[in-house]
Design a protein around this ligand. Structure first.
Ligand SMILES: Cc1cc2nc3c(=O)[nH]c(=O)nc-3n(C[C@H](O)[C@H](O)[C@H](O)COP(=O)(O)O)c2cc1C
Length: 187
């Protein structure tokens, strides 16, 4: 039994992206995260996902671009502008997981499930490397302008922005599901 792995899985927690900062994964660690991320169940090997890595100065640029997109839509207070422009300035690395479905007899639903598994593998790989992370969507994931800024094709969508870094504070656990209410045994 791999007690260390079990303990990691049993106690894992996301850390809010605003509470993540350096250090983040270096190039080798980032490659490890991406390799593990793609080692997911994938019916008929369609690989219906891809990644966009945001790091360094690109984080500031993306926050500023997204803020402009938001401002074209609605008014923002100074505090909201600050929050929008700083959205990607906390965690050193953000991996955008793009859902890129393939025309195929494998249902899109199954392809989407595989993409969800990719996102959680990013979380778990980051944790195994002793980083913290948070899977976030927010308005940016669903906004056409934001998707265009990231170069998404019309059939693609954003499954998540996974922020990866080091926690500035340890989160308390949150209430977990009552298994008695979630599990039935077919007899
Ligand atoms: C698809 C998806 C999108 C999410 N988007 C957000 C988000 O935009 N903002 C947020 O605070 N949490 C978001 N979350 C929740 C966090 O990733 C995280 O699961 C939650 O804070 C609970 O933490 P835990 O992983 O420690 O249980 C999202 C989760 C999923 C699965």
């Amino acid at each position: 039994m791999n007690k260390q792995l079990l303990n990691l899985l049993k106690t894992r927690r996301s850390v809010l992206s605003k509470n993540l900062s350096a250090p983040g994964p270096d190039k080798e660690q980032l490659d490890t995260i991406l390799e593990i991320a793609t080692r997911v169940p994938d019916h008929r090997k369609l690989e219906p996902w891809r990644f966009i890595v945001i790091q360094g100065d690109a984080r500031k640029k993306l926050g500023e671009q997204f803020c402009k997109i938001k401002l074209a839509d609605c008014e923002l207070t100074d505090d909201q502008i600050k929050a929008e422009t700083n959205r990607y300035n906390h965690a050193p690395v953000v991996i955008v997981v793009v859902f890129s479905p393939v025309e195929h007899k494998t249902p899109v639903f199954e392809q989407l499930l595989s993409c969800g598994a990719v996102c959680q593998h990013v979380n778990l790989a980051a944790l195994a490397l002793e980083f913290n992370s948070q899977w976030v969507t927010n308005w940016c994931a669903f906004d056409k302008g934001a998707q265009k800024e990231l170069g998404l094709k019309p059939h693609e969508s954003i499954a998540g922005f996974i922020h990866i870094g080091t926690a500035q504070c340890t989160p308390n656990d949150r209430q977990r599901p009552d298994l008695n209410k979630k599990v039935n045994y077919y007899t």
